[in-house]
Each structure stands twice: as structure tokens, then as C-alpha cells.
Design a protein around this ligand. Structure first.
Ligand SMILES: C[C@@H](O)[C@H](NC(=O)OP(=O)(O)OC[C@H]1O[C@@H](n2cnc3c(N)ncnc32)[C@H](O)[C@@H]1O)C(=O)O
Ligand SMILES: Nc1ncnc2c1ncn2[C@@H]1O[C@H](COP(=O)(O)OP(=O)(O)OP(=O)(O)O)[C@@H](O)[C@H]1O
Ligand SMILES: [Fe+2]
Length: 554
């Protein structure tokens, strides 16, 4: 970064009419925000846009006032020049009517001051602020905001979405539950407060590979309240379930990328219990955890200004003609201009000079011990989860893993022989299979095999649940080169189902994992799909297209 970059940031994607000035030399961020508070119900897009129209000009003027004061102290400042180097604004995602007002305001100020415009992706800003404040090089990022929920990691010039919500954002899900109770918006802080006085109430828990879903938990929570379960208990159970899901997926992402740093972003990150769980999970696996201060977690223009400065320094500015908004702007669409090539590899690759680390038998969920030709897998307690939820998940998954590993074998899919199972001790003993994980041998032939195996188990009526490149072993016995015999392992998230959506989700998880670990995921994925259709149902692939095409902004 150049010695002193001063940026005006403007934010207004949903509820926060916010402007900020970031000064890179002083490392200060001054934020001015006017919050929109709906009279009843949730956020009304038209009212929110009116709020932006009424408040953005004032917060911008206040932020510019701070910029002038900072400029006056800057020895290099030309007193006739503009007090900032550029104007950065949230281009999306968000509510269209709000985004248009913010973009118009940003264009007007940029032209008035005669400085360039920088168009910032709001979700990337939510995670870059954590990276900036922590000083972490290449963290896994959990975005837990109102309209979104996803886990991302950087690779080859983009933030890759490793896992995300299959329905609504996490904050919106909580807010919908509190609307059912007639509590005022936003509901998140009220659920947090009520949960403190409650006892654990069991609710559904839905993690599918790296993705997760809130709709079932929320319907069950509403039903529980209607059935007379004390509302404090439901709030408590809701937080325990939903935040454990986010924590589990973050842990999987750390395991998958070999990362040892996690940052949190988004308004739901203000929740103490979520931060506590994430902190505890990281501590248990020897990773570092960072959550920025609350003013940088909830929507704010400070994060827009900070990322704006990095983009400006990289020459990543927009002409007025290019400065259109994008209400569905996904974080993985952003071409990252501001990060050096050094962080193009995953932490695991860097740590080991190209090959994955030696301790990789520490899986995401379990410890796996190799004992000669046997493999002992033990699901140890996760202290971040409520003990009842923790036991339920470990016992269920151990049972299912034993059953489905054996079932898959019966249908002709190579899997390890199950030598012993003890659900109550959450311990399994398998035959050792393969010479490497698939992610170290990502060839078309190997991936094609996986496509065929998945089709075979789907035809038999069950899913794997987590078919990532770590959950396939490759054996080279009797083969030459990198192509070998592929074994599916780790069926702990699998289940019997007739739903085509579930089959398609298996393929989606595989696709996500390939794009997180391979340099040319498209060719590999095409190979897997072709093999899938030769054995399985073509309509599952159509369904996969539908899943991939779904607008995730809701
Ligand atoms: C696209 C953009 O407009 C959107 N922004 C957004 O959702 O605002 P944000 O400030 O990041 O998050 C607001 C959400 O954060 C929740 N929230 C706030 N405090 C909370 C708390 N203590 N516990 C749980 N949720 C909380 C609110 O209930 C609300 O759903 C987003 O980032 O998805
Ligand atoms: N039967 C086996 N034979 C050889 N290696 C195995 C076997 N089972 C597991 N492994 C090794 O141990 C690693 C972790 O195992 P597994 O995936 O079952 O555990 P996990 O904790 O569920 O991991 P994750 O959630 O990361 O998939 C695998 O990636 C693989 O390298
Ligand atoms: Fe946000």
C-alpha cells in the first residue's frame, strides 16, 4: 500500500446508510451510520431505499468532514486538492432500490471531488476487513450476515465458496423466527438475550457436506413455540443448532484447505455464543481465530473504505459507465486485484512445499489412526457443541458410517471393510485402503471413477453426504501413473433418500471440493458428470444445473 491512501467509503445495501473515511497512514477508520428500523415486520425494500435517500447525503458529508481533518494533518496534502483519493461504494449484493441510490450518490461525490470510483463487493468487504485487522495471510472466512452465510477461501485469484446456505441467510432465518413471535426487527440480538435464560431444546441439524440449511430448523423452532415450549428454551436450542452448523462447516473448510487461520464477518458475528464456539473449535485444532470489533461486523462503510483502498492501490477503479450495481453480486465473481501471487497456494501447500501436510490424518470430524493394515476412527467430543447435540451427532454418524460403508460395497463400490464398530464409544475400525487421497492425484480417470461410484450408490437409494477430494482414496496397486483404483470413505454424513435434490447435492459437494482444490476443475467435473450419466439418472444432472443456477441472495 502507498504511504497514505485516504478513501471515502459508502455503504447502503440493506439497512445501514453509512459513510466512512479510512486513512491508511494513520490506520484510522471513522464510520458514520444511520440505521433503518422498520416499524413492523422485516426490511421493506422501498422504505429502506427511502431511508438511503434521506440519510446517505448527510453521512457522506460527515465522513468528508473527518477526511478534511485527517488531510489537514497530512504533510503531503495539497490544500486545494480533494481530501480523499477515491470514492468506494457497495455495488452489491443487496436490495436493488437501495444499491441504486448509493451508487448514484457515489458517482456524484466522485465527480464533484474529481477522484476515481471503486466498486466493492459487500461480501468480500465483510471478510477482507477481518483479514486486514488480523494481519492473517490467507485465512478461511466465515461470513455470517443477514442475507448470506458462506465459508470462503482464496485460491488462484478468487475467493472460492467452499460451503454456503442452501436457503436463506443466517440472520434472515433468525429474523423470520422472531417475526413469528411478533418481536421487532432485527431479531438476532433478542434471540441472544432470551437464550441466556433458556435450557437446551433439541431442533433439527442440517449439514450436507459443506453446505447447510436453516429452513427445517426454523420451522421446527416456530412449531416448538406454538406447542408451548418456553420461548427461551427454543432460542437457546436455535443458537446451539444453527451456530454449531456454521462452526462445523468452518472446521471442515480448515481441514479441507489445511488452513490454520479463521476470520469471521457479518452482522450475526456480533453474537457472543457464535464467537465463543468458533474460538473454541479453533483452539481445539490449534488454529487462530479472529473476529473484528462489532462496528466492523455489522454492515458499515468502514469495511468498504478499507477494501476500497486496497483496490485503489492495485489500480482497480471504475469509470462512471462501468459503475452499474449488481444485486446478486457473488463473492466468487470478484477478480481479486489486491492480493499478491504469494497467496495463490493453499496454506497446506505452502507449509509443505507442494504436498499436503503429514498430519493430515487429523480429519475434520474425527481422529484417524493408522495401525498397520487397520484404520481406527474415533469421533471425539467437540466441546463447542452442546453435550447433548454433540453426543447425538457422533453416535448417529458412527452408526450411519458403518452401515453405508458396508452397503456401498455390496453394490460394487470399493470401500474399506468395516472390521469393528462401537457407536457408544463412537469408534470404528476399517481396513486400510489406498495409497493417497484423491486430492493428491486429481486425474480425469480417477474423478470419472468417483462419478460412477456416486451414480451407483444413488441408484441404490442413498447418498454419501460429503464426497470431497479427501474422502476418496486412490490405490496404485497394479497400475502405473497417477490413475488407480478409487475407494469411497467417510460415509458419516450419508443417508437413504429418494429425493433427487439430495443426489444432486452430492455432485454439488464434489464440484465445490474440486473447485477448492484443483487448478482446472471444469475438465475434471465434466469427466465426473459424463461417468455419472453413463450409470445414473440424467435428471440428477439437470437438477445439479438448477442448484448451481439458484440465486443465493434471498
Ligand atoms: C447484503 C447485505 O445487505 C447484508 N447485510 C446484512 O445482512 O446486515 P448485517 O449487519 O451484516 O447483518 C444483520 C443481521 O445480523 C443479525 N444480528 C445482529 N446482531 C446479532 C446478534 N447479537 N446475534 C445474532 N444475530 C445478530 C440481525 O438479526 C440481522 O439479521 C449481508 O451482508 O448479507
Ligand atoms: N480406511 C482408510 N484407509 C486409508 N486411509 C484412510 C482410511 N480412512 C481414513 N483414511 C485417511 O484419514 C483421513 C481422514 O479420514 P475421514 O475422512 O474418514 O475422517 P474425517 O474426520 O471425517 O475427515 P473429513 O471430515 O476431513 O473428511 C482421510 O482423508 C484418509 O487420508
Ligand atoms: Fe452485510
Amino acid at each position: 500500500m502507498t504511504p497514505d491512501t485516504r478513501v471515502l467509503g459508502i455503504e447502503g445495501t440493506a439497512w445501514a446508510a453509512s459513510a466512512a473515511v479510512y486513512d491508511s497512514a494513520a490506520e484510522t477508520v471513522e464510520i458514520e451510520t444511520e440505521a433503518y428500523q422498520p416499524d413492523s415486520g422485516g426490511i421493506h425494500p422501498r422504505e429502506a431505499a427511502e431511508h438511503m435517500g434521506d440519510n446517505v447525503p448527510a453521512v457522506v458529508e460527515r465522513a468528508l468532514g473527518h477526511a478534511r481533518e485527517l488531510a489537514a494533518e497530512d504533510p503531503d496534502y495539497d490544500a486545494d486538492g480533494p481530501p480523499v483519493d477515491c470514492v468506494a461504494f457497495s455495488r452489491g449484493p443487496g436490495l436493488g432500490p437501495c444499491l441504486r441510490i448509493v451508487a448514484t450518490a457515489a458517482r456524484a461525490v466522485a465527480q464533484r471531488l474529481d477522484v476515481p470510483l471503486v466498486g466493492v463487493n459487500h461480501m468480500v468487504a465483510h471478510l477482507e476487513i477481518g483479514r486486514h485487522r488480523s494481519g492473517f495471510e490467507s485465512p478461511v472466512c466465515l461470513n455470517a450476515s443477514g442475507a448470506n452465510a458462506h465459508v470462503l477461501a482464496y485460491r488462484n485469484g478468487r475467493y472460492r465458496v467452499l460451503g454456503e446456505t442452501m436457503d436463506t441467510g443466517v440472520g434472515n432465518a433468525i429474523d423470520k423466527f422472531t417475526r413469528h413471535l411478533d418481536w421487532s426487527h432485527p431479531g438476532g440480538p433478542k434471540v441472544e438475550e432470551a437464550a441466556e435464560d433458556g435450557a437446551y431444546h433439541e431442533l433439527p441439524y442440517v449439514v450436507k457436506g459443506m453446505d447447510f440449511s436453516f429452513s427445517g430448523v426454523m420451522s421446527a423452532a416456530k412449531q416448538a413455540v406454538d406447542d408451548g415450549v418456553p420461548v427461551e428454551d427454543v432460542c437457546h436450542g436455535l443458537q446451539e443448532s444453527v451456530f454449531a452448523m456454521l462452526t462445523e462447516v468452518s472446521e471442515r473448510a480448515l481441514s479441507l484447505t489445511g488452513g490454520d487461520e479463521l476470520v469471521l464477518g457479518g452482522g450475526v458475528g456480533q453474537n457472543d455464543r457464535l464467537r465463543e464456539m468458533l474460538g473454541e473449535m479453533c483452539e481445539q485444532r490449534g488454529a487462530e481465530f479472529f473476529a473484528p470489533e462489532p462496528r466492523f461486523l455489522r454492515d458499515n462503510a468502514g469495511m468498504i473504505a478499507v477494501l476500497g483502498a486496497k483496490m485503489y492501490d492495485a489500480g482497480d477503479t471504475l469509470s462512471i459507465a462501468e459503475s452499474g450495481i449488481d444485486a446478486d453480486f457473488r463473492p466468487d465473481q470478484v477478480e481479486v486485484s489486491w492480493r499478491g501471487r504469494a497467496s495463490d497456494t493453499t496454506p497446506a501447500e505452502r507449509a509443505s512445499g507442494g504436498t499436503p501436510r503429514a498430519d493430515e490424518l487429523q480429519g475434520a470430524e474425527a481422529t484417524v489412526e493408522i495401525d498397520g493394515e487397520r484404520v481406527i476412527k474415533h469421533r471425539r467430543p467437540r466441546s463447542y457443541r452442546h453435550p447433548k447435540l454433540d453426543e447425538r451427532l457422533r453416535v448417529e454418524r458412527t452408526r450411519e458410517e458403518a452401515r453405508l460403508t458396508a452397503d456401498a460395497r455390496r453394490y460394487g463400490v470399493p470401500t474399506p471393510v468395516v472390521l469393528d464398530v462401537d457407536p457408544w464409544e463412537t469408534r470404528l475400525v476399517f481396513e486400510r485402503v489406498g495409497d493417497a487421497d484423491l486430492r493428491e492425484r486429481l486425474t480425469e480417470a480417477n474423478v470419472r471413477d468417483v462419478g460412477r461410484h456416486l451414480a451407483t450408490i444413488h441408484e441404490a437409494g442413498f447418498v454419501h453426504g460429503d464426497p470431497t477430494t479427501r474422502n476418496v482414496r486412490v490405490s496404485f496397486e497394479g497400475t502405473s501413473g497417477d490413475d488407480g483404483r478409487t475407494y469411497l470413505i467417510d460415509f458419516g454424513l450419508g443417508y437413504y433418500t429418494n429425493d433427487r435434490e439430495d443426489y444432486a447435492m452430492d455432485l454439488h459437494v464434489l464440484a465445490q471440493s474440486l473447485s477448492g482444490t484443483a487448478d482446472d476443475p471444469e475438465a475434471l467435473l465434466a469427466a465426473a458428470e459424463e461417468a455419472y450419466s453413463s450409470v445414473g439418472d440424467e435428471r440428477v444432472l439437470d437438477h445439479l444445473r438448477e442448484i448451481e443456477g439458484r440465486g443465493r441472495y434471498q
